[in-house]
Design a protein around this ligand. Structure first.
Ligand SMILES: Cc1cc2nc3c(=O)[nH]c(=O)nc-3n(C[C@H](O)[C@H](O)[C@H](O)COP(=O)(O)OP(=O)(O)OC[C@H]3O[C@@H](n4cnc5c(N)ncnc54)[C@H](O)[C@@H]3O)c2cc1C
Length: 702
């Protein structure tokens, strides 16, 4: 600061176009080093300060209903007409494809969200925000959509569950997370880890919200490394109970959604100890509050406090002081303890046992990815609609140019739109397999990889959308900023994204190494049996828009990165490093491998889906999705240096890909309004800047 105060503000460069930064910089210098305010200025300042004495903040934004009514009456009312090309596809058919199921249920919930109880509120205290979310949940729960959803164990039930959570997430991320923790983590763990009798006893209660629960895995000392949680559940044959205790302060359960105020029960993950043997982490159903809300015996609860976002969720901390839990409350589908203290498990390997006990997290990850893509859709719809009508700069004697006619704006928003479409198509496939319970080990790999890449994509998209709306993007009523704050944590919970990518590679790499050792690749890597042809393919004569082109490049990249990783690990092991050291010293290649694998899987799913839609005769839809898929794959190739570094994409091709990406953005630009309309987001879940923002801000509305 001393060095800065030596700068003479008069010597600062003259005003930039908008003057802002220089003004503030000069001011800051004076404040830090200049004299105190004169008496006269002090009086003026005091007077101005008194005008701030009215402290009431508008809780519901002014004009909220008015702009929504206007937007509903005329959804295409922009301050300045918008030019669109002839439609490429039927919007409602596309919307059904994207939302996949329970369209009427989703629309019914969207209709409910018009009620004042669901209107946005700003400037709420922590307690008010939590109460608001609780009130919304109560109203949604009263519709009864969740009953028999997860407990039924049917495809329809699981789809209905997802439709409700996704629709609520369109309105409020806090609402969907609060509900997901109760039904999707607490409930799904009971369903998946409890035996049939336990599930039949508790699932109907929790689906009717007569048993409110939370999911207590993370501890202050252990989050990503959940296997090392310290909480202990010690079996006592004499009383046929488990004694659950928190041995140290770092073992306090931390971040537990709903634990501070809402939940009466938790699924607590603890190290099961029978006699002197620790059998690893197992789930137990534990009461943390009595039905009257008082804290249960032996339990201490504390608040996690104010967060950067998601403040409608009461994340809490839990300590267990020798809490006695009946034998029948250990969730015992896969492992159990007999009354006289004999432990048995369907899994002989501790790895499998641990993986099974966190099975509910796989579903949770799909749900998180889905919610985040939806949030990206909201951000993109608002930013693209705004960019279609907002103008800035232009020829001296002509109209200013629409933002979306700038190449840079197209490059910022259109590949993100195309990626969101492509990811949604792929995620629907995973969702379907999850609903039908079709995936084994793949579920863990796909849900981890997809969650990581999709949440990173949506977070970056929301940031870009926010910036693309300039100052208007910074207003809470325009939604993108608050959504972004709530979304942020998605890259951390249900598995930190980096850790998830490590898990993908750890699971997939052995299959690759087996292929190298045997000289024949199986399963996913079977394409490497033709690696000579793969390397020889001449990309320069291929159409870089085609998914066949992308397939060759993505496969080359995956093969090269896995080969590099396998060689590197081998060399490190030979030099005396432990397996763990070698893995940690290769962490960056490990993540590159996971990304390469996940993006290839996504591409393959996308290709398959386009083929099946084509076979169904949905040619217009296929044409539109093909546009998205091309842009998505071009963007992948353009954004990562790994393609060139690994030799998958020659430098000349990288240049061609980059130029093609820009021209594809331009080609898609005339159709973008239809693409965002097909997201099916009603006006009241968008924002004033997505419609006639001049009318909304007019003096007449004051
Ligand atoms: C709002 C919110 C809600 C949550 N809700 C719940 C809930 O309801 N129930 C529940 O049980 N938990 C919940 N969590 C906890 C969440 O799952 C954990 O925060 C998450 O798993 C990360 O753990 P951590 O915070 O301990 O981070 P850490 O594990 O300490 O990680 C910190 C950083 O270190 C990096 N890192 C860690 N290990 C490695 C490694 N081996 N190699 C490279 N990098 C590494 C990570 O990538 C990360 O960037 C919630 C968290 C938040 C913030």
């Amino acid at each position: 600061m001393a060095r800065l105060s030596a700068v003479n503000p008069k010597e600062l460069p003259l005003h930039s176009a908008r003057g802002g930064p220089i003004f503030f910089q000069a001011h800051a210098l004076q404040a830090s080093s200049g004299p105190p305010l004169s008496a006269a200025n002090q009086t003026l300042f005091d007077r101005a300060a008194r005008e701030f004495s009215v402290t009431d903040t508008p809780r519901v934004p002014p004009n909220h209903l008015k702009w929504v009514q206007d937007a509903e009456n005329n959804p295409d009312q922009f301050p300045d007409g918008v030019v669109c090309a002839t439609p490429l596809f039927n919007i409602s058919v596309m919307r059904r494809l994207l939302d996949n199921n329970h369209i009427e249920l989703r629309d019914r919930l969207y209709q409910l969200f018009k009620h004042p109880d669901f209107h946005p509120r700003y400037g709420l205290s922590l307690a008010e925000e939590r109460a608001h979310v609780m009130k919304m949940w109560k109203r949604v729960a009263a519709l009864g959509f969740m009953q028999n959803s997860l407990s039924a164990g049917t495809v329809e039930g699981r789809q209905r569950y997802d439709a409700v959570i996704e629709s609520c997430g369109m309105l409020s991320h806090s609402l969907d997370i609060k509900m997901s923790v109760h039904y999707g983590l607490f409930g799904a763990t009971i369903k998946l880890m409890g035996d049939d009798e336990q599930a039949a006893r508790w699932m109907p209660l929790l689906e009717r919200c007569e048993m409110l629960g939370c999911f207590a895995l993370t501890e202050l000392g252990h989050g990503s490394n959940a296997r090392a949680v310290e909480t202990v559940a010690k079996y006592q044959p004499s009383s046929r109970t488990f004694i659950i205790y928190t041995p140290t302060d770092s073992a306090q359960k931390y971040w537990i959604g709903g634990a501070f105020q809402t939940a009466r029960w938790t699924v607590c993950f603890a190290q099961l100890t029978v006699g002197s043997v620790c059998h690893g982490v197992h789930p137990f159903l534990v009461r943390i509050r009595n039905d009257d809300g008082s804290v249960a015996k032996g339990i201490t609860l504390a608040d996690c406090g104010h967060k950067c976002g998601l403040n409608g969720v009461d994340n809490g901390r839990i300590w267990f002081d020798n809490v006695s839990v009946p034998l029948g409350h250990m969730l015992r589908r896969y492992s159990q303890v007999s009354p006289d203290g004999v432990y048995t498990s369907k899994f002989s390997s501790p790895d499998e046992r641990f993986g099974a006990s966190l099975a509910s997290l796989s579903g949770g990850r799909i749900s998180v990815a889905s919610g985040c893509l939806n949030q990206a859709k909201i951000g993109l719809t608002i930013a693209i609609r705004y960019a279609l009508s907002r103008r800035a700069f232009g020829p001296r004697d002509g109209e200013e140019v629409r933002l979306l006619d700038y190449q840079s704006h197209q490059y910022r928003l259109i590949p993100a739109l195309a990626t969101t479409y492509s990811m949604q198509i792929v995620l629907n496939d995973l969702h379907q397999k999850w609903h039908r319970q079709e995936l084994g080990k793949q579920l863990h790999v796909w849900s981890s990889g997809f969650k990581a890449l999709m949440t990173w994509h949506s977070l970056a998209t929301l940031q870009e959308a926010r910036e693309a709306c300039g100052g208007q993007g910074y207003k809470s009523e325009n939604r993108i900023g608050p959504i972004k704050n709530g979304h942020d944590v998605a890259v951390t919970y249900e598995g930190d994204n980096h850790i998830l990518l490590q898990a993908v590679t750890k699971t997939v790499l052995p299959e690759f190494i087996r292929g190298v050792r045997n000289g024949v690749f199986q399963g996913h890597f079977a394409y490497l049996n033709e690696r000579g042809a793969l390397q020889r393919a001449d990309l320069s004569v291929m159409d870089a828009r085609s998914l066949e082109y992308a397939e060759i490049v993505f496969r080359r990249r995956e093969g090269a990165v896995f080969a590099k990783l396998a060689k590197q690990l081998e060399k490190m092991r030979q030099s005396g490093m432990s397996a763990l050291e070698a893995f940690n010293n290769s962490a960056i290649v490990v993540e590159e491998a996971a990304r390469a694998h996940t993006e290839l899987i996504m591409l393959e799913l996308l290709q398959r889906r386009l083929k099946s839609l084509d076979a169904e005769g949905q040619h217009d839809i296929v044409h539109a999705l093909q546009m998205c898929a091309t842009l998505y794959t071009l963007k992948c190739m353009d954004s990562s240096t790994v393609f060139v570094r690994s030799g998958a994409l020659p430098a000349t091709e990288a240049d061609r890909v980059h130029n093609l990406l820009l021209s594809c953005c331009k080609e898609m630009r005339p159709y973008v309004l239809d693409f965002v309309k097909a997201f099916g987001i009603p006006a009241h879940l968008l924002a004033p800047i997505a419609f006639d923002y001049v009318g909304h801000n007019s003096r007449a509305r004051l």
